[in-house]
Write a protein that binds this ligand. Structure first.
Ligand code: HEM
Length: 407
């Protein structure tokens, strides 16, 4: 709009001048880690974007603002300067914009998509679930549903899908956690970098060993597909590391949160048990209610105005989908866990060109296999009144302890 059109327009038509970004100097990382939701509520009520000194970034908390960012890579780039993820895992598709991003994304082909799940992976999820349910049962009532079942189950599923036939599910868990810790190592702790770099090397070695084996004997796995593609080794290595970090903890965490929420809401648990076709709704509500990836980064490529707030070129943003998913402008009674809520699209799997490539794997392995099997095979599954469940985290959030009892 030019000055003259501004002068000629009525006051109602004029765009208000952008407001300066408010500062949330009352936010601490400890509080975010413990329980970010009251913080998000206060921030959303004040403004859609804040500068947050404690995290050295702008935090975007409204649904509309997060949605705008996801769909405009020209202004909000995923290729962040000084990205710790690039250091911890290499330069994967998650930190590229199109067209470079799309080349990497297309190299994944159809391995993670519904047809491959139906034809190949579903059977493997069922076997793995049986294996780790047996382990949980052997541990007996009082066992931890996250560490005795959800974590090894998610790790073993991912190991097989990715084609790491030369590694164990324990390796996958260690690689995932140490590289994620590197991605979040804002304190620059040398011990965290050492563990992350060790995993970086181990993953490279495992890939180097598997590629010729899979070229000689191809299978349905991701690495096998990549081995046949004209794609640089560095891209394969970075994308595989990112997928180890992004494809293990999240199904584990949504599984833990879904079980915890159902056990804590007996009316909804009974409803699902009476009609098991509702497990996918429970999954969807769990992933909205506590987004396993609570925040991810973007960076502005030029001065811009986001939902009325001015942001300078180069601004480092945290897209807080964990807050957007509880925005009352979008969701009625957003703090409540309610499998019967009106269906409104949530942002837990991101959006735009980086929309999660593993969403079908997560839905199938958790909602179609793990949740029904757990409730079917553990009669009177319930929380342990003497050992409380613990949820924690904000960049990644899930259950850190989930002791359960059954008859
Ligand atoms: C409940 C489970 C999951 C959640 C909540 C989740 C969430 C997300 C989110 C929010 C993003 C976008 C991040 C950004 O834009 O910066 C993403 C991207 C991605 N996810 Fe997932 N994810 C889950 C499971 C999985 C699984 C099981 C896999 C692999 C088997 C996977 C593979 C990927 C990949 C490859 C990308 C990058 C996509 C791209 O850049 O184009 N995810 N995920």
């Amino acid at each position: 709009m030019t000055d003259s059109t501004l002068a000629n327009s009525t006051p109602a038509e004029q765009t208000p001048p952008p407001r300066a970004v408010p500062v949330a100097d009352w936010v601490t990382i400890d509080d975010l880690f413990r329980d970010p939701f009251p913080i998000y509520r206060r921030m959303r009520e004040e403004a859609p974007v804040h500068w947050v000194p404690a995290v050295n970034r702008y935090m975007v908390t409204s649904y509309d603002a997060c949605h705008t960012i996801e769909n405009d890579q020209d202004v909000f780039s995923a290729n962040e300067d000084g990205s710790l993820m690039k250091r911890a895992m290499g330069h994967s598709m998650l930190r590229k914009d199109d067209p470079e991003h799309m080349v990497d994304r297309q190299s994944y082909g159809t391995v993670l998509r519904p047809k491959a799940i139906k034809e190949t992976w579903l059977r493997i999820f069922q076997q793995n679930s049986e294996t780790y349910l047996a382990r949980l049962k052997a541990a007996g009532p009082g066992a931890d549903l996250v560490w005795d079942y959800a974590a090894p189950y998610a790790a073993e599923n991912l190991r097989i899908i990715m084609g790491f036939h030369n590694a164990s599910q324990e390796d996958m868990q260690r690689w995932s956690q140490t590289m994620i810790n590197g991605t979040g190592n804002y304190a620059d702790d040398p011990a965290v970098w050492a563990a992350s770099e060790q995993s970086f090397r181990e993953v490279d070695d495992a890939i180097d060993e598997m590629l010729p084996r899979l070229r000689a004997n191809p299978d349905a796995s991701l690495l096998s597909g990549l081995a046949a593609m004209p794609i640089p080794l560095e891209a394969i290595r970075a994308n595989m590391k990112m997928t180890i970090g992004g494809g293990l903890n999240e199904p584990r965490d949504v599984l833990g949160v879904a079980v915890w929420a159902l056990l804590d809401h007996p009316g909804q648990r009974d409803q699902v048990l009476a009609d098991t076709s509702l497990f996918p709704r429970a999954f969807e509500e769990a992933v909205r209610w506590v987004a396993p990836i609570g925040m991810y980064p973007r960076q502005t490529t030029r001065d811009t105005v986001l939902e009325g707030v001015f942001l300078p070129k180069g601004a480092r943003l945290g897209v807080v989908i964990g807050a957007a998913n509880r925005d009352p402008a979008k969701f009625a009674d957003p703090e409540a866990f309610d499998i019967n809520r009106e269906k409104v699209p949530h942002l837990a799997f991101g959006g735009g060109n980086h929309f999660c490539a593993g969403t079908w794997v997560a839905r199938s392995s958790v909602a179609d296999v793990a949740l029904p099997q757990l409730f079917a095979q553990l009669p009177n599954l319930r929380l342990d009144p003497d050992n409380p469940a613990v949820d924690a985290g904000w960049v990644f959030r899930g259950m850190t302890a989930l002791p359960v009892l059954w008859d």
